[in-house]
Design a protein around this ligand. Structure first.
Ligand code: GDP
Ligand code: MG
Length: 554
């Protein structure tokens, strides 16, 4: 499963290591469904409240493990096979303006601290792959970018490594790059999720940023959110007029039906006094209507981070905030508020999305499989291990080759709709020969006339007018024939070349993957060709010699 986060990530130098959840007994409960940090937090809250595991949650979790886990495992194994290169797998994208709270939301959902700070911090896409480990296994991380791979053993080093990677790819300036950084975090407390963090939307270039930075970022974001397989979360601060939000119009642009767009309001604690009802209207889907509606969450503010407020505590505070809020309480009751509710909603959306995309994926895989099988077939079958079977295999290969050669000889080889058989090619060549003879004689005709006039004027003896002396006639014929001998031999070379090419094609087709067989047959073809060519040339020359004896019965 992927969460795709398109964010202007803020970097905070004193990153909060408390985000990395401590090991704890995993339990079968709703929290597990949401994923670790949320799971953990929900767990803690639940524990505090109820002190024991609920049977109903147990059922839900079992359902998740039974029904959803195989989906996620399947997707993961598809990824491991490199399917992602050819097929887009389900993903969740979070888009919004700089500092709208995307990073905070991502943090709350994943429990992994990412680079945060003011201004443009996320300058290339960051793929955060979260992998759930068994409870006894230890935290481990890995950053990969371009052809570099760094193992990370300490969670607190994540931020630094990402900064390093980003500077390596995008330089020290403020520009952005398309090149991906991949961060893999494996531990028992994370869910199986993939999040992609991208630069947030900006308009005005700062510092040494190129003039078209806004366009560049939007192009980058669009590349991710336009995929049909992606669910787009549009993050908007509650204290901003939602109608003017660019992220919303971008999401609308790529998903006009609104089938895969959810609105997320953040910073409910910073709402202007008196405008709370407006915010409630937005979340109730009464202002900018979205087919999938809105959710509202409260994440850690800057002060919370400075005070090292841990995530579990933050979630408790979030819950308390909504419970105690006179206007927002209704949203909590409608399950449209808090991070855990959002996580649950996202899980449901993802499952629905996977179920919807799997048949499409299946079709794509089938198509690919068919194409690959066809390609594979071209390479023939496997070579057997056994010696005697090997002999049979070789005989079969040679038989197939012989059949193909015979087909060429019989003029019955298959050449597809565009190609021509060897016979057809040779016939075309011989047609050239016949027109060449015609041309030769018509060119020789002038010379012939000259010879005849010369005879008439100089050598005519007793012959009647119009009758040529036989010797003169013989001389002219001999000369004309002689002139054709070399072109005839050239013609022979051209035809043998064509035959050789056709035969070599057969050996290439049969023996591409067997270099020695290919080489041997090619040499053999060459030997036969030169022998036959020699004999044919001899025959041609003999014929020309015979033609020099001009003698005719009639
Ligand atoms: P991004 O640029 O969209 O990734 O935004 P960040 O997640 O970095 O958030 C920008 C600032 O808003 C940070 O200082 C956060 O601590 C703060 N922030 C995020 N969510 C909330 C919230 O719900 N309430 C308050 N008060 N501050 C928040
Ligand atoms: Mg951010």
């Amino acid at each position: 499963m992927s969460f795709l986060l398109l964010s202007q990530t803020s970097l905070d130098a004193n990153h909060d290591s408390s985000l990395q959840m401590p090991n704890s007994t995993r339990c079968n409960r709703i929290g597990k469904k949401m994923g670790p940090s949320i799971g953990q937090a929900t767990e803690d809250v639940n524990k505090a409240e109820k002190g024991q595991v609920l049977v109903a949650e147990n059922n839900l979790c079992r359902q998740y493990e039974e029904k959803v886990r195989p989906c996620i495992d399947l997707i993961d194994s598809l990824r491991a096979l490199g399917v992602e290169q050819d097929l887009a797998l389900p993903a969740i994208a979070v888009i919004g303006d700089q500092s709208s709270g995307k990073s905070s939301l991502l943090e709350a959902l994943s429990g992994v601290a990412l680079p945060r700070g003011s201004g443009i911090v996320t300058r290339c896409p960051l793929v955060l792959k979260l992998k759930k480990l068994r409870p006894e296994e230890e935290w481990r991380g890995k950053v990969s970018y371009l052809d570099i791979e760094e193992d990370i053993s300490d969670a607190s080093k994540v931020e630094e490594e990402i900064r390093k990677a980003q500077n390596y790819i995008a330089g020290d300036g403020l520009g952005i790059q398309d090149e991906l950084i991949s961060l893999e975090v494996s531990c028992p407390e994370v869910p199986d999720l993939t999040l992609i963090d991208l630069p947030g939307i900006t308009r005005v270039p700062v510092g040494n940023q190129p003039a078209d930075i806004g366009r560049q970022i939007k192009r980058l974001i669009r590349k991710y959110i336009q995929k049909e397989e992606t669910i787009n979360l549009v993050v908007v601060p509650s204290n901003v007029d939602i109608a003017t939000t660019e992220a919303l119009s971008m999401a609308n642009e790529v998903d006009p039906e609104g089938d895969r767009t959810i609105g997320i309001l953040t910073k409910p604690d910073l709402v202007d006094k008196g405008t709370e009802d407006k915010v409630v209207d937005v979340v109730q889907n009464l202002v900018c209507h979205l087919k999938k509606g809105y959710m509202i969450v409260k994440c850690r503010g800057q002060q919370d981070i400075q005070e090292n407020l841990c995530l579990t505590e933050a979630l408790q505070r979030e819950k308390a905030f909504f419970e105690d809020h006179p206007q927002f309480r209704v949203l909590l009751e409608a399950r449209k508020a808090t991070v855990p509710c959002l996580a649950e909603r996202l899980s449901e959306e993802l499952i629905a999305h996977i179920c919807k995309s799997l048949p499409l994926l299946e079709n794509k895989i089938k198509d690919l499989h068919q194409k690959t099988t066809d390609e594979l077939q071209k390479f023939g079958m496997d070579i057997p291990e056994d010696d005697s079977e090997k002999m049979f295999f070789l005989i079969e290969k040679i038989n197939a080759f012989n059949l193909d050669i015979n087909a060429v000889v019989d003029g019955e080889e298959s050449v597809g709709t565009e190609g021509s058989r060897l016979f057809a090619k040779l016939r075309r060549q011989f047609q050239l020969w016949s027109s060449m003879i015609e041309k030769h004689f018509s060119k020789g005709f002038d010379g012939l006339q000259k010879e005849i006039w010369k005879f008439e004027n100089q050598h005519r003896g007793r012959e009647l007018p119009g009758f040529v002396n036989y010797r003169t006639f013989e001389k002219i014929i001999k000369k004309e024939l002689q002139a054709l001998e070399e072109p005839a031999v050239d013609m022979l070379h051209q035809t043998t070349d064509m035959v050789r090419a056709a035969f070599t094609d057969v050996s290439e087709k049969n023996f591409t993957e067997f270099f020695n067989l290919y080489k041997t047959t090619k040499n053999k073809i060459e030997d036969i060709r030169s022998d036959q060519e020699e004999a044919a040339e001899k025959a041609i020359r003999t014929h020309f010699q015979m033609e020099q004896i001009v003698y005719c019965q009639d």
